[in-house]
Structure formats: C-alpha cells, structure tokens
Design a protein around this ligand. Sequence first.
Ligand code: FMN
Length: 173
Amino acid sequence: MTFLELAKKRFSVRKFKTDLVKDEDLQYILETGRIAPSANNSQPWQFIVIKDEAKSEDVNGLYHREWFRDAPVVIAVIADHGKSWHRGQDGKDHADIDAAIAADHMTLAATERGLGTCWVCNFDLEKTKAYFNLPKHLELVALLPLGYPDVEVDAERHSEKRKPLSEIVVYKQ
Ligand SMILES: Cc1cc2nc3c(=O)[nH]c(=O)nc-3n(C[C@H](O)[C@H](O)[C@H](O)COP(=O)(O)O)c2cc1C
C-alpha cells in the first residue's frame, strides 16, 4: 500500500465492532505517535490509554455519542505546554501542532492495522477537565476512540469530499 492509498483509506470511524484491540496493534499505533516529529524535537505530548476496566461510564460520557461508547479503547492526546517549543520571535507555542502530528500518525497507523479511529475534539470540556484532572500546562487536544470498524467507505470518496488541488494550491509567481 502506498502512502496515498493509506491516507485515502483512513476515514472517521463512527461504528465499532465489540472486538478488543490486540495489544500488539495498540503498541504499534502508540509507537508511531512516539516517533512523530515535533518542533525542536521537544516531544510535548502524553498519550493516555483508556481501555478494559478503565473504559468506564465516566469515559463514555466525555463525548455524548452512542458510537463513542462502543470503542474498546480511547487514546487521549495531551499537549504539554511546559515542554513545547515557543518561537523566539513572537512566542508562538507549537504544542498543538506537535500533538496533532502525533495524533495523525496514530490515526494512519490504526488504518494500516485494520483498525479505525475518529478525531474527537468536541468533547465535553467540563467532564474532560474533571476526569483527567490535568495540571495547567497539560491540555487535552483530542480523544481518539479506537477499535475495529463495523462500517466501510469508498476509498475514492475524496474526489467529491475534498476540494480539488486547483482550489488550494498556489504557485507563487
Ligand atoms: C481536529 C479535528 C477534530 C475533529 N473533531 C471531531 C469531533 O469532535 N467529532 C466527530 O465526530 N468528528 C470529528 N472530526 C472528524 C471530521 O469531521 C472528519 O475528519 C472530516 O469530516 C473528514 O472526514 P473523514 O475523516 O471521514 O475523511 C474531527 C477531525 C479533526 C481533524
């Protein structure tokens, strides 16, 4: 599978089988997050894995969708604003960018292993705050529910679902 084929294969999975995620698959996915690039190699992230008994009703309530509760694993991607690179010229904090790259590595790795995920950023702010109880410098960037998809999509859907290159690429004269 080429990278483009993998990228086209990935989609937001919102229907999961009840099968548990194999630990070797989970470790593989986490490893692809670990080796992700980050500004100044600061690696300003944590991945909190929620599975088995830890996947409680409290966790299901962090995002109020029926399909979210069906995912056997949730990876919470946390950005560490205390470790991230801040650009000297204007102080721009790169934590979110770095955490997003790691998260996207993991979503693609999941696809490669026959698993599915969906980026979830519209989580319940109050409930996630209470559940994770993070210190101020740590921020929940995304929840990645993970499991085996119980749904299929057309890998060629991007011809309709995405803007054409002609609309988004500009060649500077
Ligand atoms: C940063 C980000 C946040 C997202 N948050 C949510 C979310 O909270 N809930 C949800 O169902 N989908 C969420 N999505 C999924 C997008 O809706 C989805 O990626 C987009 O519609 C394209 O569809 P596809 O992923 O199937 O290609 C999010 C995606 C991204 C990249």
